[in-house]
Design a protein around this ligand. Structure first.
Ligand SMILES: *[C@@H]1O[C@H](CO)[C@@H](O)[C@H](O)[C@H]1NC(C)=O
Ligand SMILES: *[C@@H]1O[C@H](CO)[C@@H](O)[C@H](O)[C@H]1NC(C)=O
Ligand SMILES: *[C@@H]1O[C@H](CO)[C@@H](O)[C@H](O)[C@H]1NC(C)=O
Ligand SMILES: *[C@@H]1O[C@H](CO)[C@@H](O)[C@H](O)[C@H]1NC(C)=O
Length: 636
């Protein structure tokens, strides 16, 4: 390693130690965006203790020096991994006598004997890291069905009030199930002493286990439950153990909604689940712009600060959303798309939670998530905002393949955004039957003609592909399976595997009401499980491109300016900005119509900026990230 490089690395290392270390007398929670690893993108829900600790070891040995500190077990760690168990199954969870979730002892052997996550947390702490878990809203359906008593941690026995013992059925609100895990969890009544005692018994137990980070799901975005968030925040605030409080998911978030929770938490998701698909990345630009403009980045939070969270980084070795399978495939994004993702996440100061399986961490991914400039921007920059004053022009004669693979029929089928809406919605009644041949009928969405997927979107119509017995025949007769045109064993599935039914997700056909549909005579297509009707967002299906964007921020003391150009279009663009416009947008920066030294991070090129203009050719879906410094006043 060259001397210069070594010096650079040492500086970075000490900067990062400062980050994860103590803050002197006043502990400030989440002083900069939290950073770590989360199991969801690579293991879905099925991770085992061994796999988790193996990943934690690698965080400790290779990423901790770069500020990656939290290792988080994502959802359903209490679900037994047996036949029939999946993301929205009922009855496979391990709960204690008080209706509280406990780690599945088969997957988490150290939890045997009621130890919960204590030993895992100890091991994680001994690696110098912090331990996090995912939890769902309220109370489990399983606990409500079992009508378990509620633990009153203040008295050390069952919760009693008005001369009786209170139980799960007194506090679970059946009308408020988690919409994407209907069989799993429901809200609790936080207005009752028993409801509050139950929540307290959960979070106090997490603290006893040694948990440092809680990702609370199905309580924000479209699922907002401010009462529960507010009460959990109160409980966490009273614990002697500091716990970083994170909310999920983030569909339909607005700055106004963010303001309802930011003071109660340390991070909150602001988008739907982000997977390794370009269409998932684009919507992050508008919402992060809006939250930056509303000054929500790094605003006050629980015992410290709060951060809008753009979700995990699904890079490297991954699984699929809601899958029952562990990591088995590489990230689908191109390198340009991956750089765009980490650059936006850095410029918007999102928490950085890596999602790939670290046991197969490749060098490209490693270099991306440990890039010193990216990490410095993410932790230390200020005045972060979208910068609209850029110009762009097309680069002609450069038609290029922007996808890492050629598109297949299956991809085309995956591309439209499916959604569910009320069957009375006037957008929903445009499905019709088309006869393809004597025995093949299709059901087609007619509203999307004229978009770039020229054919109307069609699904193959079949009567249920599974044999019905006496019990099921009355219930399911006449219902349909809708098949992918190229994979006739795959059925359109509305189950909330992605935590929302978003893109036509197809899964192997089975006897599951999530896969059953009825075509009403008025052209609506009703899903049997939810009773809602299918729509295709044709606008989103055709308009994926998001133009060209730019973000700016200042580095320490205003002597460094970061400028990112993003090309969200499907072809190359030359993007330009004027230094004088940057100076207007960043009045605190030392940039007075200057000539600057300028380095571009991804190409590694240095160049001088003169004549008030900076400009670069940016690949489709790619970005350029400039570090401007040594700006001297304009010469006469
Ligand atoms: C990634 O590509 C694979 C293979 O084409 C596909 O099955 C999968 O759905 C893609 N995943 C995402 C999140 O786009
Ligand atoms: C993003 O914001 C731009 C500018 O305000 C707007 O034109 C565009 O429609 C927005 N995109 C989405 C997907 O909302
Ligand atoms: C279509 O018919 C269904 C079933 O009769 C009804 O519930 C729904 O409101 C109708 N929707 C529209 C858009 O007419
Ligand atoms: C800067 O502008 C001057 C005067 O217009 C011109 O002569 C010079 O070539 C320009 N330099 C660059 C690098 O474009």
């Amino acid at each position: 390693m060259s001397g210069l490089k070594f010096l650079f690395l040492s500086l970075l290392l000490s900067a990062c130690r400062g980050l994860s270390g103590s803050y002197g007398k006043e502990p400030i929670h989440a002083r900069s965006p939290p950073r770590g690893w989360n199991s969801y993108d690579s293991f879905s829900w099925i991770i085992s203790e061994e796999e988790f600790l193996q990943n934690a070891e690698i965080v400790s040995s290779r990423l901790h020096a770069y500020g990656y500190e939290y290792v988080v077990v994502d959802y359903l760690w209490y679900r037994r991994k047996v036949d029939g168990a999946y993301a929205d199954s009922l009855g496979f969870d391990v709960i204690d006598e008080w209706g509280r979730m406990q780690p599945d002892p088969e997957r988490w052997p150290s939890s045997k004997g009621g130890k919960g996550f204590t030993e895992i947390a100890n091991k994680v702490h001994s690696m110098g890291l912090k331990f996090g878990i995912h939890v769902m809203r309220g109370i489990s359906t399983q606990a409500v069905n079992a009508n378990t008593p509620i633990l009153d941690t203040r008295k050390g026995g069952p919760y009693q009030e008005s001369g009786r013992e209170w139980r799960a059925q007194d506090i679970g609100i059946k009308e408020r199930p988690c919409p994407w895990m209907k069989n799993g969890f429901m809200g609790v009544n936080t207005n009752s002493g028993a409801g509050r005692a139950f929540l307290r018994s959960l979070y106090e137990q997490y603290a006893e286990w040694g948990v440092d980070f809680v990702k609370h799901d199905c309580v924000f975005g479209d699922d907002l439950d401010r009462e529960e968030v507010s009460f959990v925040s109160e409980v966490l605030n009273k614990l002697s153990r500091p716990i970083v409080y994170s909310l999920s998911p983030g569909t339909s978030v607005t700055p106004a909604m963010a303001r309802q929770v930011n003071g109660l938490v340390n991070m909150y998701r602001v988008t739907a689940d982000d997977w390794d698909s370009w269409r998932d990345i684009v919507p992050h630009f508008n919402i992060s712009r809006d939250l930056a403009a509303a000054k929500m980045i790094g605003s006050g939070g629980l015992q410290g600060k709060s951060w809008p969270d753009l979700d995990m980084l699904p890079l490297g070795w991954l699984t699929d959303p809601g899958s029952n399978e562990g990591p088995h495939r590489m990230c689908n994004l191109t390198l340009d798309e991956q750089r765009t993702q980490v650059t936006l996440w850095a410029m918007a100061k999102s928490p950085l939670m890596f999602g790939g399986d670290l046991r197969k961490l490749d060098d490209t991914t490693y270099n991306l998530i440990t890039n010193p400039t990216i990490l410095r921007i993410n932790s230390f920059s200020s005045d972060n905002m979208e910068f609209p004053h850029i110009t762009s022009s097309e680069v002609h004669g450069m038609k290029q393949n922007i996808y890492s693979r050629d598109l297949t029929e299956e991809d085309t089928l995956h591309r439209p955004d499916f959604g569910l809406t009320s069957c009375g919605d006037s957008r929903a009644n445009v499905w019709s039957v088309k006869t393809l041949s004597q025995d093949v009928e299709q059901i087609c969405w007619e509203a999307n003609s004229g978009n770039k997927f020229e054919d109307p979107l069609c699904l193959v119509k079949r009567n249920l592909l599974v044999a019905l017995d006496e019990q099921t025949i009355d219930k399911y007769q006449g219902k349909l399976h809708l098949l992918a045109s190229d994979r006739r064993d795959f059925c359109l599935d509305a189950s909330p595997k992605r935590k929302e039914f978003k893109r036509g997700s197809f899964s192997p056909c089975r006897l599951d009401e999530n896969q059953m549909w009825e075509l009403n005579s008025n052209g609506t297509l009703r899903n049997s499980y939810s009773g809602l009707c299918a729509v295709v967002d044709s606008e989103k299906a055709s308009a994926v491109s998001g133009g060209v964007r730019s973000w700016i921020a200042t580095g320490k003391g205003g002597r460094i300016i970061y400028v990112a150009f993003f090309n969200l279009e499907d072809g190359k663009r030359v993007i330009s900005a004027k230094i004088s416009d940057l100076a207007t947008a960043l009045p605190r920066a030392h940039l007075k119509g200057a000539s600057c030294k300028c380095g571009e991070v991804w190409s590694g090129k240095d160049f001088g900026v003169v004549n008030d203009s900076m400009s670069m050719e940016v690949e489709a879906h790619g970005c350029a990230l400039f570090v401007l410094n040594y700006c001297s006043p304009r010469r006469r």
